[in-house]
Ligand binder design. Sequence first.
Ligand code: HEC
Length: 398
Amino acid sequence: MDLTAAEWLNAIVRLAHVIFGIGWIGASFYFMWLDANMARPAAPKAGVEGELWMVHSGGFYRVEKIHVSPAEMPPHLHWFKWEAAFTGITGFMMLCLVFYADASVYLIDPAKYDFTPVQAVFVGIVTLLFGWAAYEGLWRSPFGKKGGWPPLVATFLMIAGIAWFLCQIFSGRGAFLHVGGLMGIIMSASVWTVIVPGQQQLIQATREGRKGDPVYAAAAKQRSVHNNYMTLPVVFIMVSGHYPSTFGHQLNWLVLILVSLTAMAVNHFLNMHNKGEMKPWPLLLATAIFVPLFWLTAQTGGSVGLKPGEAPVEFAEVRAVVAQRCTTCHSARPTDDTFKQPPNGLVLDTPQQVRRNAQKIAARVVLTQTMPPANKTEMTDEERALLGAWIAQGSKVD
Ligand code: HEC
């Protein structure tokens, strides 16, 4: 595809994904908050369970949560379901545009597993479908329906296991995005397979003057709670491309699990806070998980580090390595077959440009080894160590 067209397509789909996601998650946060803040009306009103006054954008709003009787069933109800569907659809489109269209750059890491692009895409999609089916199967089984902690722990372990597996075979970013994609599929599919049908039967029951079946309500509630606790981990994963010390870590699967646990503990604090319960323990728990997580990401693990070494490094050597391994892409005029513009605007043509970006180079080339992508230019460990020593010695360009 024409490069300009590809870039605009990427931008439009990404923007749509973000906006639909805000609409969906924003509405679900808003309803969580509404539910927690509804108060019984001062003077009892027929059918009104709770009410709430708000002021926003130039007006007062009063929301009532009501028990609807068949006669009152309104002709039009707002549903809040398309946001979930379109967030899912545009998310899958992004996965295709970035990770599947350029699998050899973003998804495949030959040091982990030397897939062909077609194989990698196949394994990615099969893993997503498998993970989703396993989740649905678990929560539709008697084990899941019984509720309580065991199915929650089983779900967590299942997703953690898939995260571990993906991190063994794909690039860090590719693996992370597939885990986020799996949770996104689970969340948006739950809206359509359980939550919306639950609401439909509630409407039907109201029309017929019956009480809704509590089994549907319980299942819908269960899925809503799952979605709520998956939200922060998913959003983190979606922006994790900015944080190479997470996806680029040798134990990136463990980093991902710890980040998710921290995020869920913070989420729990927010949920309790919404209900007016200010308990510090979820924040303490989040801190207790975050401290070892921080420590872990500070360990680079590999043999290559930011070590000054014995001999002073000549900049000429550094320059030669950068010219051979980096400027095929990171140049004002790239020669790479895929990248016709310097990725992320990073240009390493002059000594000053290399020097100014020394810390970024340290992060991506030495500490996490997430550059060059899929080690396309076949950089050696000695060359990484050379750059590390040069940076540790103060990145001098003499
Ligand atoms: C095949 C093309 C290619 C080669 C070769 C390559 N890079 Fe990159 N680089 C990219 C792409 C694509 C991105 C943006 C995606 C990402 O961050 O992973 C990037 C991003 C970066 C970033 C992050 C920039 C920022 O502002 O976030 C740094 C730093 C970087 N590269 C350094 C290097 C260095 C140093 C080398 C040589 C050792 C190198 N790259 C070789 C394609 C390449």
